[in-house]
Design a protein around this ligand. Sequence first.
Ligand code: GAL
Length: 640
Amino acid sequence: MAIVYGGDYNPEQWPREVWAEDMRLMREAGVNRVSLGIFSWAKLEPEEGRFEFDWFDEVIDLLAANGVEICLATPTASPPPWFAATYPEALPVDAEGRRLTHGSRQGFDPSSDVYKTAALRITEQVGRRYHGHPAVKLWHIHNEYGCHNARSHSPAATAKFRLWLRERYGDLDGLNEAWGTAFWSQAYSSWDQVYTPLPTPTIPNPGHVLDFKRFSSWQLLQLYKAEAELLRSIDPDKPMTTNFMTGNHPDIDLWEFAEAVDVVSNDHYLEGPAGHVNLGFAADYTRSLGGGAPWILMEHSTSAVNWQGRNRAKAPRELLRNSFAHLARGADAVMFFQWRASRQGAEKWHSGMVPHVGTDSKIWREVRELGARLGELDEIEGSRVHADAAILWDYQNLWAQEHEAKPTADLDVKAVRESCYAALWRAGITTDVAHPEGDLSGYRLVVVPAVYLMSEAAARNLKHFVASGGTVLVTPYSGIADETDTVYLGGYPGAISDLVGVRTEEFYPLIGETVALASGGTGSVWSEAAEAKGAEVRDTYLDGTPAWTVNRFGEGTAHYLTTFVDDDTLDRVLAAAASDARVEPAADAPVGVEVVRRSHDDGRSWLFCINHTEADTQVKTDTATVDVPAGEVVVHAEHA
Ligand code: GAL
């Protein structure tokens, strides 16, 4: 089978005459699949209960006639204006109690039953009409759950939040204990007293806020499941997905969502100068969410996006490097938002496969080249990426750390994860992303980036991993509180103090300063009064406080840092941990040249070499030397 290639197709934005040209250009570019109907609700159901499908029939038949398969969306991410006008109570309410209005997208309250009814009605219509169409290969449910409206404070949300809490804690005693309401006289004596977290005179209860984030994610998942169940009853065998945002989306728990989809798909947009490194994380995380199975890159951009402060066009060949990096990390589909750049609307400055300027353009030439190259890589479809290393990542930990009252406002867990992942990327170590309670038995090295919220089960999991011979690299602010955000006692990091062989009495966050290390490196953001309790001290602050410790634990080794070290030092520490773990890069490549291997069980394998630098270079494996020109991508088949 072929690698899937295409993008979001929004023909309703264009006059009919353009559709024929779209078909011609899709063939020219080698497009073999589009996502259709994502934002078509208003055109499919212009008034409540009145459906217009003729135009959609025409588009679907046109695509089919041109050999383009369809990933058919339920258009429920953007209810039409009639919905807001008829059911204003179904609009989302923000944390200040303001009811939002129509005029953008995702204008619905996830807890609204009225919304759910309307969403299921259009889903059923689309499902019944097109499930048997031979070009429809996959259901694309909704679009980016929680992208804009994850947390609503409507009366419906309040009522459902209470029910969710009852289910979780059984009774108010359980709730009061979990939230620690003995503090500041917050004990609840009736469920009616519990609201979504609204503005408070000062610091709100952390357990309350964290549970609201969990509830909000769960509520969106119920919407996904309701649509999926309905479609399943109409079309039992077709796979279903919804597009995640593993690169930066903090509002839904993707580990939970991933269990509900048949195939994992992802949207990724570059941010900042090291965007291609974050791309690696996002792709590795997407693959890991699906347990290593090939996945769908549902959206990325051919060039600029429109929602950043400054939206830079991609450099020549960047489109190709980005696309191949996703492919290298396990995608079997490379798709874009969107086919044709819009002339109007909120995203008119977002690039497309067909840019405003037309086909005499860098973008179109690269789109065609990509299509042609993917067309020659059919054999790669279904192959997998193997990783000996994993980095832990968990939304609940992120949400807990968003709380305002903490040792330092400068500690950003996302930045910690990014710096750890960047070190793995620089070292060329292929990495999975694992849940703290997930199965770690397939790994030899696990990186623990500020996993502050660590359940007892997660702590046991890590200890079991190391005791059985694994190596961990743990950063500060890990293993501090359990899943109810209750601090572990007896010395930090309380949940894993024995694992790392260190006991810390107090934290000394750095306030605009750095701490010098005996090795010559520096630490920033954080320092702590750590005492080695059995661990070997490899580096110290100048006053002798341990900065980097290594502890033997069972058959394995735990590296622990007590400050956030500079990149060179982190590279050294990681190299030591990787050597303990006997983990090696996919190939020998200079920094800035991305190397990842995909292979089939039968021994066929490909080394993807992506040169992000401006110098021609070579990548070496045990059996080959591969020339990789500046800025280029080489896919090297390693089998005969
Ligand atoms: C995604 C979304 C698309 C489009 C794209 C570009 O988040 O799914 O519909 O908005 O971003 O901004």
